[in-house]
Design a protein around this ligand. Sequence first.
Ligand code: HEC
Ligand code: HEC
Ligand code: HEC
Ligand code: HEC
Length: 662
Amino acid sequence: MKKYILLTLILTVVVVGPFVYQQWSEAKRLRYIRETKQLASQIDATSLADYIQQLKQISPDSTQLLLFTGNTQAQLEPCGCFIGQSGGLPRRAKALSYIRESGFPSLLVDLGGIQPSQPLNMKSHSFESDDLSTDNGIIMRDQHRVQTTLTAMEMMGYDAFFPFDAETGIVQNKKFDLSFTSLDSDLTQGSGSYSIKTIGGKRIAMIALNLKDPMEIASVSEQLNLIMSEVQEHSDFVVGLSHSPIEVNRALAREYPSFSAILSPSEGETERIGDVLLAYCSSKGKTLGALMLSDGVGDTPAKVQQIALTESVSDDPDVRKLLDDFYHQVATDHQFQIISHRLFSSEPLEQDDRNSYIGSQACQECHQKEFSQWSHSSHATAFNTLRTVGREYYPECVTCHVTGLGYESGYEIGNPEREHFVDVGCETCHGPGKQHAYTPLKENIRGQVPEKVCMECHTPEHSPGFDQLIEYVMSEVDHSRTELSLKQILEQRMRGPMKPEVELFVMSYCPFGVQAEQELLPFFETYGDTIDFKLRFIVGKEEASAENAGEDIRFTSLHGEPELIENKRQMVIAELYPDKLFDYLLCRADHLEEAWVHCAKDVGLDVGRIAEAVESQKITLDLVEEIQRKEALDIKGSPTLVIDGRIIDGNLWRGKVSGSCR
Ligand code: HEC
Ligand code: HEC
Ligand code: HEC
Ligand code: HEC
């Protein structure tokens, strides 16, 4: 007897073991990916909520705030490519209004560097790929971005702006109280280089400095001594705004200990030299700098923090509107859509003039397995992402979310004939494939995909931590995995900031559609709010003819008028009682032959309200939208499941669903 138990046990381990191990290692892989991403996307800054909390602990009477930004490079906002991104003008504006509401007197200063490319003296590296930015269009778009940034800064009420030399022209006619010229070795400019502002009864002197190296301090010392003695007499705090390198700031701090702080627009580590605080900015407006100046006895005189502008900080509506207007102009004016840079320009296939892009569809007939695997990956929905967030016209986004942008034969913004190049298609990784499709050889396609190809898109700025993740995610793209389950697809999509958008297309009287609801709804319900679910209906429209011209639109449905009305009812219920929709549908699935009111009453819906809404004009418009969506996705039958705008292969989810209505 014991022997049998042992044998059964061993058998169970042998049969179930590998499966359990697989589940366990997959869970471990996913956890590693999540944690690595989280860690890599963290920024060194205090959350706004924590900062406000800190302010509550101290008295506004003895503390002044100098809020500052610099080297923002006209970055309007972060791209939204990953969770935890910080920055953006609308959030900066919101953070400012919270801080101001807390009652502390404050000054707001920008330290320069608002041009999209870094000012020359701060340039650290250049793009490897070829730069097409000599074109006028790109300069126009950048100029427009700078103007938008400046307008936003006016809206936020900046008190002072200290431009780099190249920027002095662009800030003319702007409503900043002060725009400095710097104290530099060219001594003639000394006079405009400082200013004193009074806030909360305290006077803050700001001195603008631009010295190339520590040796230059000697050459301006006479003048700086003069300014110093003047400002010390008339102010409570002296703050340096410096375009000088770090060594100069350090030397200045040593020689002029009466500075409370010296602020620089470049990136760096906060340090203290004697009592002088040296503080820096985060580039591209990722954070808001906050210098706290207080005269409490025994306190350190100055303290600095960077405030994070992550998702938890909402948008200021007026600045949001300003940016939306900017994007709208880019979307509607081709002049703004010129491409600034293209990917893979160092790869041989891309450089070969005889080669061109042909689109992923053309690879499908010979590489069905790879195609099917790819079509369930998030690369295959990359353009849908841009459509969802409304950036499908913005070149700064399109480059990495399509195939071959900037190449003669690749994607072109707004050109309907190039629609087949949306998404991160086969040819982004494997190179343009026209020659290969005509004459399939290993030599005319990129068979081994080097990591550097991935890294052209998965840059630290758009995909932090990816270099550590690459070997863990390669199996998701190299076509080596067996088909994913629906659960795996959904959970992969949930790793990013976007919720998966799930659409189930049915006809309400189609028995297979109903089976699909029974199969899938309980499963989707477990995901609650973490997915966006929408039930969609397959309806048609009668073509306008001489007979029905001028009449209302006439809709058609495979199972006739009763189905059309049930479709409408379900649309109404989805809108009026979103939480009860699944209950109603599942009840109907069992009682389709009976009157709908039974189910409606069973789950607690107001029958009269529904009947009325079904007759409304709005429902007609909604039906037109259903038809458009069905046509856009080329939906053929009920049921069809779509995630993020891509049809999901029936094999992955049909279960007991035994057919379809066409
Ligand atoms: C042309 C640009 C581009 C290239 C090249 C590229 N990717 Fe991507 N990748 C993207 C974009 C864009 C997304 C996000 C798509 C979406 O969800 O909208 C993405 C998403 C992913 C994801 C899913 C991320 C997640 O956690 O949800 C993985 C994994 C991935 N890529 C791996 C790779 C690997 C490995 C390579 C190289 C073999 C590669 N990618 C090459 C642009 C690219
Ligand atoms: C340099 C290439 C690149 C550029 C430029 C780029 N993206 Fe991305 N984007 C990616 C990659 C790579 C991912 C996947 C990141 C990851 O998960 O690691 C991604 C992911 C996303 C996601 C998350 C998708 C999801 O499924 O959760 C959104 C949203 C997004 N990008 C929007 C934008 C917008 C808007 C812009 C322009 C402002 C933009 N991207 C510009 C490469 C890029
Ligand atoms: C995100 C990058 C990426 C995309 C997009 C991509 N592939 Fe691949 N593909 C790979 C990688 C990585 C390998 C494995 C290469 C290696 O072994 O070094 C691969 C291998 C292949 C192979 C070789 C045979 C095999 O299965 O190992 C074929 C064929 C192929 N891909 C076809 C396609 C087709 C067709 C598409 C579009 C439907 C596509 N690939 C999209 C990255 C990609
Ligand atoms: C007419 C059929 C056909 C079409 C269309 C086709 N391929 Fe191929 N592909 C092949 C054949 C056959 C091979 C194997 C060649 C060999 O072993 O010499 C191959 C091999 C490959 C390989 C592996 C190369 C290697 O080094 O192992 C990749 C990657 C690939 N194809 C990608 C693509 C992509 C991307 C497209 C679409 C742009 C495409 N193929 C279109 C037939 C095709």
